[in-house]
Design a protein around this ligand. Structure first.
Ligand SMILES: *Cc1c(COP(=O)(O)O)cnc(C)c1O
Length: 384
């Protein structure tokens, strides 16, 4: 049985029929056709650049996260980069983030000319909040907690440190749409939250896109300039900016997918709950991160630990199961990070986890049969 990691093919074949069927009254078919009808309307109108759908999507996105504003940009990476630029962060400054994140978090910091300071991670694959203070220097300007895998960081603790040390908090919420900490959506805690709409993320448009959310009108206005060449209007340019607009076409797609975010999250949480229960019985060969009731994890990634990880990964691949490792080489040991001056041994938790972590397909289209196949393969591997 083939158990894919990406769910894009499934999504287009059957729409979100299964996820939506869980919600009473939700339409069950015609999902792609509905979007294409709106795309045709957009083409007829030629409203491609910062067209009406962008504003509508921003409005809906801000409402979902519970912030006053949202600004659409062309990727999650730019959502981070432009926010750092808008806050005036650049050469000579330092920005703190987790050592186990996708490289884009670090790329965005480095692109501003600032220097990245890593902090080790905790058992939940997110920044070890208790180790943040040690990384702060007189040059530190901001902290970027990453809600990695969709697991919310303890934002109250991060904000307390930031307040005491007068630092900005920018949330890397690229993987964590609809995740929440103490009932409040991630992305709404810091001065800004950055989201990715990449095809592999939970809200997956038809190409690249990103969104920045904030309650600050000043930051919002700065971001509107930065994403569009610093143009106040057609004839007046107040600052040097970038071309980082969210395409109207992608906003059309995003507007449709917004309606499914809740069902997607619920389906993933349900898959994770079933995996959790079954994998607990394969202890001590596998072990799970702690699950905390105050956190709504959106299970963008379902990550756990496995002994003999590489052998298990090979066995899963042979069985047609698209398990992955996010990621086998911690960032401080990557070639591009050499200039940051870290060495093996600097982040022992992340280094140890990189050897045992494993990611299973957990997407909303997974069938009971596919889930059973994954769990049977793992049990058989350990002779259980
Ligand atoms: C995907 C991702 C990004 C970058 O988003 P893009 O839209 O691909 O540019 C940044 N940070 C994290 C944690 C991500 O997972």
């Amino acid at each position: 049985m083939k158990v894919g990691y990406s769910y894009l093919e499934t999504q287009f074949r059957q729409g979100l029929a299964r996820a939506r069927a869980r919600k009473p009254g939700a339409p069950k078919e015609g999902w792609t056709e509905e979007i294409l009808a709106d795309v045709r309307r957009l083409i007829a109108a030629g409203d491609f650049t910062l067209g009406a759908p962008v504003g509508q999507f921003e409005h809906a996105f801000a409402a979902l996260v519970g912030t006053a504003y949202a600004v659409g940009v062309n990727s999650g990476t730019d959502a981070l980069f432009l926010t750092l630029k808008a806050l005036g962060i650049g050469p000579g400054d330092e920005v703190i983030t987790a050592v186990n994140t996708f490289i884009a978090t670090v790329g965005a910091i480095q692109a501003t000319g600032a220097r990245t300071r890593f902090v080790d991670c905790d058992e939940e694959f997110t920044i070890a909040v208790a180790k943040i203070e040690r990384a702060i220097t007189p040059r530190t300007r901001a902290i970027i907690p990453v809600h990695y895998t969709g697991s919310p960081v303890d934002m109250e603790a991060v904000l307390a440190i930031a307040k005491r040390r007068k630092l900005h908090v920018i949330e890397d919420a690229c993987q964590s749409i609809h995740a929440a900490y103490k009932g409040r959506p991630v992305g709404s805690w810091g001065i800004a939250g950055a989201f990715s709409l990449h095809p592999l993320k939970n809200l997956n448009i038809w190409g690249d896109g990103g969104m920045i959310v904030t309650d600050s009108v000043k930051l919002r206005d700065r971001l509107l300039l930065l994403r569009n060449h610093g143009m106040q209007n057609r004839d007046e340019y107040s600052i040097f900016g970038y071309n980082s607009r969210l395409d109207s076409l992608q906003a059309v797609v995003g507007l449709h997918l917004m309606k499914d975010v809740e069902a997607i999250t619920e389906a993933r949480i349900e898959n994770a709950r079933r995996y959790d229960r079954a994998l607990a019985r394969v202890a001590p060969h596998v072990w799970l991160p702690p699950r905390r009731p105050e956190k709504r994890h959106n299970f963008h990634l379902y990550m756990f630990h496995a002994s003999k990880r590489d052998a298990l990964l090979g066995r899963l691949h042979e069985a047609g199961i698209d398990a992955k490792v996010h990621y086998p080489i911690p960032l401080h040991l990557q070639r591009c990070c050499r200039e940051l001056g870290y060495a093996r041994g600097d982040f022992p938790v992340a280094e140890a986890q990189a050897k045992t972590m494993l990611t299973l397909p957990v997407h909303q289209h997974l069938t009971a049969g596919q889930r059973a196949c994954v769990l049977r393969t793992i049990r058989e591997f350990y002779g259980r």
